[in-house]
Design a protein around this ligand. Structure first.
Ligand SMILES: *Cc1c(COP(=O)(O)O)cnc(C)c1O
Length: 486
């Protein structure tokens, strides 16, 4: 396993994966079929291998990767739950998978019905009036939502609002979205208990406030009990309230952003509602709005007319299109299958997600101190601050050592306001035995940090590659085969 880079080049000149029988139909000379200047002079530098070598190569590569189908993946905020395979089957039904986005409406009534039905269900779950499925991810949903808010203010001649308020615990996409949409980002502090500092908020809202962006439960895994007061303060100042719904996994069936006073919400279908994710997509970040924002939704909107479904493009106040066609349709089909399969038991998803996170919190808090010592929602935020002071072993080292245990580490060093943060989201799809195995590994690493800190600091020891330059690996991934790498 450790020699992967060396074993990557397997080509042997002359080897072939398949040989075709000689054709028994008339053939055309290459020079007759293709203009001379387009015919290559030298053969392409492709690797030459037998079929079994190709299969083994890719199978071995796939085994170097970690996924939720391999083992535990408690990456906080990302909701890496197990995705039922039946949803994959649903997305592959030819009537869904093979329709062309330019087919006439009459021939895609089933697809439109699915969009319209799921819209109704998710509006019910979130307390919103209408929803668009165009955005391709949570961050894309945020941008769509903020553009909707801008269109709303502008339609009222309210053009002086140039600020968006974002709590200091927010996911990085929130301030990035506000800045991309041209707003000034105004941070609001969290109190020591993790909730938004309501008095600080009162000081900064005003005639320049376009919106507040908020995640509840927050990225600290804590539900903000003052949320109604918060949205009220923003509304009184003439601003709108945006709900980042990436953490909806914690509250389904119990609380609705619409009832908390939010005007706009995005969901991450690829987190809460099935679709395997990681590695960049595809995702889906539908945006739900209250009635006063409906005129601005991206076109087209799916409408039911009698017993037919139609795409409505005639919406003069629309912000326009923000994605090709109807969004990432396969992801929407998976979400439909997921909600249909759960029905009212969607509530249990959140119950078990919260129970699992609290179990992990309760068992690990003697070793890694919690950010706040209170019940958490679907994820818990711990810190290795004391461990670092006493042993020099940092959160990064704990995370790397976890790789040797065969589990994906939690999110680390986020939220930014927590020193040496470990953000653990077990999700509802893990059983007690898996949680216990993870917890015991975390405790073992804690003990090892005292007995043999150097070993933890030099982890991982069992993975094919050790400590990578992660920024370089993400920014300049080397994904292309080159026959003769320079
Ligand atoms: C994941 C996440 C986002 C961004 O969603 P993407 O689908 O990754 O673009 C935004 N906010 C929070 C709290 C998240 O966890």
């Amino acid at each position: 396993m450790a020699l992967v880079p060396l074993l990557f080049e397997k080509s042997t000149p002359g080897k072939r994966a398949v040989t075709f029988p000689a054709p028994d139909v008339p053939t055309v000379e290459l020079s007759e079929a293709i203009p001379a200047d387009l015919i290559r002079q030298t053969p392409a530098a492709l690797p030459e291998l037998s079929e079994v070598e190709v299969v083994r190569h890719f199978t071995q590569l796939s085994r170097l990767n970690h996924g939720v189908d391999v083992d535990f993946y408690p990456l906080g905020s990302c909701t890496m739950k197990y995705n039922p395979k039946v949803n994959e089957e649903a997305a592959r039904i030819p009537g869904f998978a093979l329709t062309h986005p330019l087919q006439p409406e009459e021939t895609v009534q089933g697809n439109l019905q699915l969009l319209h039905t799921l819209e109704g269900w998710l509006c019910e779950v979130t307390g919103m009036d209408r929803m668009t499925f165009q955005p391709a991810a949570g961050a894309h949903g945020e941008l769509t939502g903020i553009l909707l808010i801008r269109a709303y203010h502008e339609s009222r001649g309210d053009t002086e609002r140039n600020e968006v308020i974002v709590p200091d615990s927010a996911h990085g996409t929130n301030p990035a979205t506000a800045a991309m949409a041209g707003y000034r980002v105004v941070p609001v502090k969290s109190r020591p208990d993790g909730s938004i500092d309501v008095d600080a908020l009162r000081q900064i809202v005003g005639p320049k406030t376009a919106a507040l962006m908020m995640t509840n439960p927050s990225t600290l895994g804590l539900f903000d009990p003052h949320v109604r007061e918060i949205t009220e303060i923003v509304h009184q100042a003439g601003g709108l309230c945006y709900y980042d719904g990436a953490n909806l996994n914690a509250i389904m069936g119990y609380a609705r952003p619409g009832d908390m006073g939010f005007d706009v919400v995005h969901l991450n279908l690829h987190k809460t509602f099935s679709t395997p994710h990681g590695g960049g997509g595809p995702g889906s970040g539908p945006v739900g709005v209250k009635s006063h924002l409906v005129p601005f939704l991206p076109v087209p909107v799916v409408e039911k007319q009698g017993d037919r479904y139609a795409l409505d493009w005639d919406r003069p106040q629309s912000i326009g299109k923000i994605h090709g066609f109807w969004g990432n349709f396969g992801v929407i089909v998976r979400a439909y299958a997921y909600v249909l399969a759960h029905g009212p038991a969607l509530k249990e998803v959140s119950e078990h997600a919260v129970l699992n996170a609290n179990y992990v919190l309760a068992r690990l808090k003697p070793y890694y101190e919690p950010y706040v010592d209170r019940y958490c929602m679907h994820e818990c935020v711990l810190s290795a601050r004391t461990l670092k002071q006493e042993t020099g072993v940092r959160t990064l080292d704990v995370a790397k050592r976890l790789l040797d245990e065969g589990v994906h580490p939690p999110t680390i060093y986020f939220p930014l306001i927590v020193e040496e943060a470990l953000m653990i989201e077990p999700t509802e799809t893990e059983d007690k035995a898996t949680l216990d195995r993870f917890i015991e590994a975390m405790i073992r690493i804690h003990d090892e940090a005292r007995s043999n800190p150097e070993y933890v600091k030099s982890a991982p020891h069992k993975t094919p590659v050790g400590r990578l330059d992660e920024a370089l690996a993400a920014r300049r991934p080397n994904l292309r085969y080159r026959a003769n790498p320079s």
